[in-house]
Design a protein around this ligand. Sequence first.
Ligand SMILES: Cc1ncc(COP(=O)(O)O)c(C=O)c1O
Length: 380
Amino acid sequence: MKFETLSIHAGQQPDPTTGAVMTPIYQTSTYVQEGVGRHRGYEYSRTANPTRKALEDCLAALESGEYGLAFASGMAATDAVLRLLSPGDHVLAGNDVYGGTYRLFERVLRPYGLDFTYVDASDLSQVKAALRPETRLIWVETPTNPLLGITDIAAVAELAQARPTPPWLAVDNTFATPYIQRPLELGADLVIHSTTKYLGGHSDVVGGAIVVRQQALRDRLAFLQNAVGAVPGPLDCFLVLRGLKTLPVRMDRHYENAQAIAEYLTGQAMVEKVLYPFLDSHPQAELARRQMRNGGGMVSFVVRGGVEVARRIAESTRIFALAESLGGVESLIEIPAAMTHASTADSPIAVDPGLVRLSVGLEHIDDLLADLTQALGESS
Ligand SMILES: Cc1ncc(COP(=O)(O)O)c(C=O)c1O
């Protein structure tokens, strides 16, 4: 079946007891057993829940995987992946990862004995040079948050596979979504999502997910999911499932609007640089076009005049709401250095304080362009 059909139907059948077309919110913590240990696949909702199972199966189908695992947040999903490792193991990560990912790696997991190196993952020679015998995991975001850098997933997978003990390749696919890019098809071992973003799509839920193909990986992650217990509630799973049904149409419109905004900003005197994967000026535009179905909904830009001007713009928009997060139907604007990526301040991966990040929503493009025009005008 095609992606658009899977996004509506995968993992879901009409409810066997009532015929309800939409998967019910199974708001229950426990399940009656016919005899000790004799049950219908559900014992306790930390271990498994039917609404969560429908979401997990749908996500697996959309990512061309075999197994999906849902978590209470993107960070909980990331943490579960890192718990596959042992003290002394080394992780090679992109140097432009989400600030919260960097914080988890450096402030929670390094003290537990994991070692991390950050490189520009769009440069394969840097990736190759930083691999060590004890590297067990390569962690990349592509496109990256917030610089929209692109990593060649297939090429990094090939580098990993060439090692005597191949490290796992994990791709945070939050920015692209499986509609735009499917890392498992390109050789990645694990795909991670903050379902809070485009998959949920309506800024009304926090969630995370992992998708894999190998059963051994799935079994270890399912053990961690149950043992650690950072699972999403059934209502949250329902909301993400509902969001997935419109993912393809939303992503096409996010892209149309974002591309138009990236082109508009490119022509503005106040704008020094626009970062958008499908702009011809993007250093990896050719790779982006090969690896991604479209350019996605995120646009970043650096303003002339630095942080003061950037802040004035972010505080002057009327439709673009000044807020963290991304991927909802509504447009958002933020200053990563002061907001989403504040935890990278003074670190080697700190972002330019004059960088503005837009999550371009589904409003009419004329209104969005008019809003940016007035904000740039007021801030000049
Ligand atoms: C690329 C990326 N990965 C992971 C996360 C973390 O997800 P959550 O906020 O759902 O924990 C975020 C959040 O902004 C993100 O942008």
